[in-house]
Design a protein around this ligand. Structure first.
Ligand code: MF3
Ligand code: CO
Ligand code: CO
Length: 262
């Protein structure tokens, strides 16, 4: 493993950062629009508009990942409450006060992709939901800090897991981050959200991957929602959260390619 990893040049990272801006701005618009009475399909349509206005293509639209029987038909994955990831937008899914909403999308400009996600609360959420979100986001940052040349992927994984479990939440084992660049899921890199420091592939300058903790408020066990080829939900019905950045390993440390620049 690891010999088919496509390392990126500085120029390619710059190109990904350009898509990253489009993705980050789109997420910001979706966050601002996530209000009571809005449907997740309204958010999908807004995402398409905002991406287009920035010259970006929605890379998830018609994307057919290896792990799925069918292509994905939307620009966004919008996952509400017990849905952890890959919720499909729907005009029937109307947001309510306190809903926990995962917003995930991939932007492409000139063939270069950036994948990023946030989770937001509609109006006022429970204290537990707020804590779940802040711990999940913080665990992503702990992982990002370990994305340095000379380190191992296990350093990233372990940093994420430790923060999550120290706070009493669950790390999903079956779902990982991934290499990204000219494809949504690039071969050779997996980014588990649990593992041992010092293990896993060696991190090298030029690697680009998504660090994306998927965390549950209860048991970390998941299942596919019956009759839905996409949505991943918690088994126990507890809420889930997901934050994601696309990160490059550079000589100067981790470079977050999907960070919103003001
Ligand atoms: N953006 C998702 C990720 O973080 C990928 C969604 S794949 C899809 O890996 F097919 F469901 F769109
Ligand atoms: Co994503
Ligand atoms: Co991803």
């Amino acid at each position: 493993m690891g010999n088919n990893i496509r390392l990126k040049t500085q120029g390619e990272m710059d190109a990904m950062a350009h898509s990253g801006q489009a993705a980050a701005k789109t997420l910001q618009a979706l966050k601002a629009a996530s209000a009571v009475g809005v449907s997740t399909m309204d958010l999908e349509m807004l995402a398409r508009e905002v991406l287009a206005s920035q010259g970006a293509r929605p890379a998830l639209l018609n994307y057919h990942p290896r792990f799925s029987r069918v292509p994905y038909l939307y620009a966004t994955c919008i996952s509400v409450n017990d849905e952890v990831i890959h919720g499909q937008p729907s005009s029937k899914a109307i947001l309510k006060e306190g809903d926990v909403v995962g917003l995930d999308l991939v932007a492409e400009i000139d063939g270069w992709l950036a994948d990023t996600a946030i989770t937001v609360i509609v109006g006022n959420g429970s204290v537990k939901a707020q804590r779940l979100l802040s711990v999940t986001q913080e665990s992503m940052w702990h992982g990002i800090k370990k994305a340095v040349a000379g380190g191992k992927m296990g350093d990233v994984s372990n940093a994420v897991q430790r923060l999550v479990e120290r706070n009493g939440f669950g790390v999903i084992r079956e779902l990982t981050g991934h290499g990204v660049g000219s494809e949504v899921h690039e071969e050779g890199i997996d980014v588990p959200n649990f593992g041992r420091a010092g293990k896993g592939i060696s991190l090298q300058v030029g690697m680009t991957f998504c660090i994306e903790p998927m965390v549950t408020a209860g048991s970390p066990l998941i299942r596919h929602r019956p009759g839905d080829p996409w949505a991943v939900v918690t088994r126990d019905g507890s809420i889930g959260a997901h934050f994601e950045h696309t990160v490059a390993v550079t000589e100067d440390g981790p470079r977050v390619l999907t960070m919103l620049q003001s």
